[in-house]
Design a binder for this molecule. Structure first.
Ligand code: EPS
Length: 372
């Protein structure tokens, strides 16, 4: 239902995106979009670039008088650090980066590869995903994400509502719900910075209020969990995506793994536990959608690893360019908006409609059917 395409380089003049498939009549809160962009730039562990940029988007089309029209939505972001034609060529690929494979595959220098593979591109994906969040909110869904690990520092995660997560991360520089774990995470990032190293971690995305029936069991490409995994895995640095209890389900018996089914007239069918992360048979089951994501440490190291100079073919240390020490807090925000995109896509697929009011009518009649 939804699709988008981004364009732009990290140090190019602009980043831009066109999103198609949004219904008409959705109020466009540009402050919400720009706040998501600000959070993407923040989070402890970011590097010098974020001090230069102040990411905000300008609307190119698809929105009139503050509401979507149903036409493709165009957004433009202008880079302050626009210097792509003056950037030096690099010859010593960074292990873990797209440098080597991109240069060989596209028969070009590393510069062109890193300009596009840079996580700066996620600014436009956050813009798209936060518009999707506006749609989800319009229909009573709520979204949050929080960091659960940075390197060796892990947080104990109690059972929390999505609203609680949002409230608890507000004062944490690493977007973590636990003040104690936040401190430990900050000192791990400081240690990595001191050692001219980088550090990865894990975050969790939670979405509440998702109706039963997004995605399907009938066709592999439309399964909701598969779509989430594909989309989130496409984010820079991501190495693992888990739904619900994820890999922990490989350690227990079936009787401890599944969520028993209950029914009341008021609630309809429901579960008291949520190890499935809100998805059974590739379909949302009405529980919160819970996605846990693992990011590797950023591959640009101030104390570089061994590499090969692509010009001389001699052993050399990898190139170093300004980078972040840890992008996991920023990643948690990006991941949130990417999962929101997939849920919005599944929602539009299920409830169709060209306008927000048509979708509302479709949703109402479907919810009646589920409770019957
Ligand atoms: C990023 C901007 C980049 C990097 C980072 C993400 O800015 P610059 O390269 O000018 O410092 O900080 O990109 C990478 C980690 C990478 O490996 O390319 C951003 O806005 O997210």
């Amino acid at each position: 239902m939804l699709s988008y395409i981004t364009t732009g380089e990290s140090h190019g003049k602009h980043l831009a995106v066109i999103l198609q498939g949004m219904p008409s009549g959705l109020p466009m809160d540009l402050n919400y979009v720009n706040e998501a962009l600000r959070c993407r730039q923040s989070g402890y562990g970011r590097g010098g670039r974020q001090k230069i940029e102040k990411d905000t988007v300008e609307i190119l089309g698809g929105i009139i008088k503050g509401k979507t029209t149903g036409a493709p939505i165009g957004l433009l972001l202008t880079n302050r650090d626009f210097k792509i034609d003056r950037m030096p060529e690099l010859t010593r690929p960074r292990p873990g980066h797209a440098d080597l494979v991109g240069a060989l595959k596209y028969e070009q220098g590393i510069r062109a590869v890193l300009e596009r593979s840079s996580a700066r591109e996620t600014a436009m994906r956050v813009a798209v995903g936060s518009i999707c969040e506006l749609l989800l909110k319009e229909f009573g869904m709520d979204v949050a994400s929080h960091v659960v690990r940075i390197g060796p520092a892990g947080a104990k995660v109690p059972d929390m509502s999505v609203a609680e997560i949002r409230r608890k991360i507000r004062n944490s520089p690493v977007y973590c719900v636990s003040p104690k774990a936040s401190k430990e995470m900050v000192s791990v990032i400081d240690k990595a910075r001191r050692n001219k190293d980088s550090v990865g971690g894990q975050f969790e995305v939670c979405i509440s209020g998702v109706p039963i029936g997004l995605g399907t069991h009938v066709h592999h490409e439309r399964k909701l969990d598969g779509r989430i995994a594909q989309h989130v895995m496409s984010m820079q640095s991501v190495k693992a995506v888990e739904i619900g209890a994820g890999t922990r389900l490989g350690e227990v018996f079936g009787s401890e793994a599944h969520d028993e089914i209950f029914y009341t007239k008021k609630l309809g069918y429901y579960h008291k536990t949520n190890r499935a992360g809100g998805i059974e048979g590739g379909t949302s089951n009405g529980s919160d959608i819970v996605v846990r994501v693992t990011m590797k440490p950023i591959s640009t190291l101030a104390r570089p690893l061994a590499s090969v100079d692509m010009k001389t073919k001699r052993v050399a240390k990898a190139d170093f360019e300004r980078s972040d020490t840890c992008a996991v807090p920023a990643g948690s925000l990006i991941g949130r908006t990417l999962v929101s995109y997939v849920i919005a896509d599944g929602f539009l697929e299920k409830f169709g409609g060209d306008s927000v009011s048509e979708i509302r009518r479709n949703l109402r009649s479907y919810l009646k059917q589920c409770h019957a």
